[in-house]
Design a protein around this ligand. Structure first.
Ligand code: SF4
Length: 390
C-alpha cells in the first residue's frame, strides 16, 4: 500500500464559480491557503491570442472567481503575469481572452513578462538546465498560483501545470528548451519555479494541439498544492499515465511530487471524468496535403502554426504541392530520413526539399533546397513558396 500524501480536488458539471470555490474549500479554504497581505502572482495560459472557446487559453471566469476569493486575504498586490509564445503579443492575448477586462474590473496589475526585467536563476538540481532567464517578478512574489488549461501538446503529449510555467521564461530560453530537450527542461524548471497552488482549467480542452482546435467540453476544474499531483490527475482525464507523458515521468523521478495516481487522494463528489475518444496522435500533424511530407523534430509552436495555416489555405484552394518540408531545432536527429535521397548535391528524388526557419539554415548549405527564413517564420512566406510549386 502506497503512502498517500498528495491531495487533488476535482469538481465537474457545476458553474465555473462553484467549481473553483468548491475546489478551494476542499483544500482548506482560501484563508488557510494564502497568508494575509501576500504579494500574489496569477499565471494563466495565454500562449496565443485566441479565446477560451478554442481550448487554447485559460477561461477568464476562473481568474474572476479566484480574485474574488483572494480579496478576502487582503493581498498587498495581485499580479496577472504571462508571456505568449515567441512571435505572439501577450497584451493582445489578454484582450482577446477577456483577462484584460478581468484585471480592469478588480484593479489588479496586468504584466507582460516579455517586458519585465529578466534575471538568471540557478538550477542546482537541473539535469540539462543549470540556469534559466526568467521574468524577475516571478522571483519577487510571496505566493504563486498557476492557472493552466488542460490540452494536448504536439511535443509533450499533454500540457497542464508544469508546462505552463514555461511562460515565465524569456523568449530566447523558449527556443533553447526545444533545442535541448523540452521535457527535461520543463522538469528542471519546476525545481526552481514552484507554484503554491495550481488550478487547472479542464472546462474546454483542445484535442488538436496546444494552439487550440477540436475543443471538447469536460466542464471540470482541478486544484492542488502540488503541481505534479494536479497534472497527473488531469492527464488521466485524457487517458494518459505518468509514464506516457515524459515531463511528468521525469518530474516524478526527481521526486517533485507523487510517482503516480496511487499516491494521490482525489477529493471529488463524482467519479473522475474521462474523455471518450480515440487518442489523438499528437506527435504528428493532423492536417495533411497528399503531396506534402513533413519531417520535423523540436519545432516551436509558432513555426508549426505557420505551416498549418499555410497548409489550410492551400487545401481550401485545392492545391497540393509536391515537397518535403524540413523543420525544427532537432531536425539533425531525423536527417537520415531525407539524406538518402540526396548524394553529393545530386538530386535523386523528384520531390524538392524546403527547410523552414533559422534553426534549419544548415539544410541549405548541405542539400539542394529552398529555405524559408525567419524565427519564427511567417505563414505567408511558406504559403507563397508552396504556391509557386503547386
Ligand atoms: S525557426 Fe521556428 S522552430 Fe526554429 S527556433 Fe525559430 S521559432 Fe523555433
Amino acid at each position: 500500500m502506497k503512502n498517500i500524501s498528495y491531495t487533488v480536488a476535482v469538481h465537474s458539471d457545476e458553474t465555473i464559480k462553484a467549481m473553483v470555490s468548491n475546489c478551494l474549500q476542499d483544500l482548506g479554504g482560501i484563508e488557510k491557503l494564502v497568508p494575509p497581505g501576500s504579494k500574489i502572482l496569477l499565471k494563466p495560459n495565454m500562449v496565443v491570442a485566441k479565446p477560451n472557446s478554442t481550448g487554447a487559453t485559460t477561461n477568464p471566469l476562473i481568474l474572476d472567481t479566484l480574485i474574488e476569493h483572494l480579496m478576502r486575504t487582503s493581498p498587498s498586490e495581485i499580479i496577472i503575469g504571462e508571456s505568449s509564445q515567441v512571435g505572439d503579443d501577450t497584451l493582445q492575448a489578454y484582450k482577446i481572452t477577456g483577462v484584460y477586462d478581468i484585471a480592469k474590473k478588480w484593479k489588479v496589475t496586468l504584466l507582460d513578462f516579455k517586458k519585465d526585467h529578466q534575471v538568471y536563476v540557478d538550477i542546482p538540481d537541473g539535469k540539462v538546465l543549470k540556469k534559466v532567464l526568467i521574468a524577475e517578478t516571478v522571483t519577487k512574489v510571496d505566493y504563486l498560483i498557476n492557472l493552466p488549461i488542460l490540452k494536448v501538446h504536439s511535443q509533450t503529449t499533454v500540457t497542464m501545470g508544469m508546462k505552463n510555467l514555461k511562460g515565465c521564461i524569456a523568449d530566447q530560453e523558449k527556443s533553447r528548451f526545444h533545442r535541448l530537450n523540452l521535457s527535461q527542461c520543463i522538469a528542471d524548471l519546476n525545481t526552481v519555479i514552484i507554484p503554491n497552488l495550481t488550478i487547472i482549467d479542464a472546462t474546454l480542452c483542445s484535442l488538436e494541439w496546444e494552439l487550440g482546435g477540436m475543443p471538447v467540453r469536460l466542464n471540470t476544474v482541478l486544484a492542488a498544492k502540488n503541481v505534479l499531483a494536479a497534472d497527473i490527475v488531469a492527464a488521466s482525464m485524457l487517458g494518459y499515465r505518468v509514464d506516457e507523458v515524459e515531463h511528468l515521468f521525469l518530474a516524478a523521478q526527481a521526486h517533485l511530487g507523487p510517482a503516480d495516481l496511487e499516491e494521490i487522494k482525489i477529493i471529488s463528489p463524482k467519479k473522475l471524468k474521462e474523455v471518450q475518444y480515440d487518442r489523438v496522435n499528437s506527435k504528428e500533424f493532423t492536417f495533411y496535403l497528399p503531396g506534402l511530407k513533413v519531417i520535423e523534430k523540436g519545432t516551436c509552436s509558432s513555426c508549426k502554426g505557420a505551416l498549418l495555416a499555410a497548409m489550410q489555405r492551400l487545401y481550401k484552394e485545392g492545391s497540393s504541392p509536391d515537397c518535403t518540408i524540413l523543420m525544427g531545432q532537432r531536425l539533425r536527429d531525423r536527417e537520415n530520413e531525407f539524406a538518402s535521397n540526396f548524394k553529393y548535391g545530386t538530386v535523386k528524388s523528384a520531390k524538392p526539399l524546403m527547410s523552414i526557419g533559422q534553426c534549419c539554415s544548415w539544410v541549405a548549405n548541405d542539400y539542394p533546397s529552398k529555405q524559408i527564413k525567419g524565427c519564427p517564420v511567417k505563414a505567408e512566406a511558406i504559403y507563397r513558396y508552396l504556391k509557386t510549386i503547386s
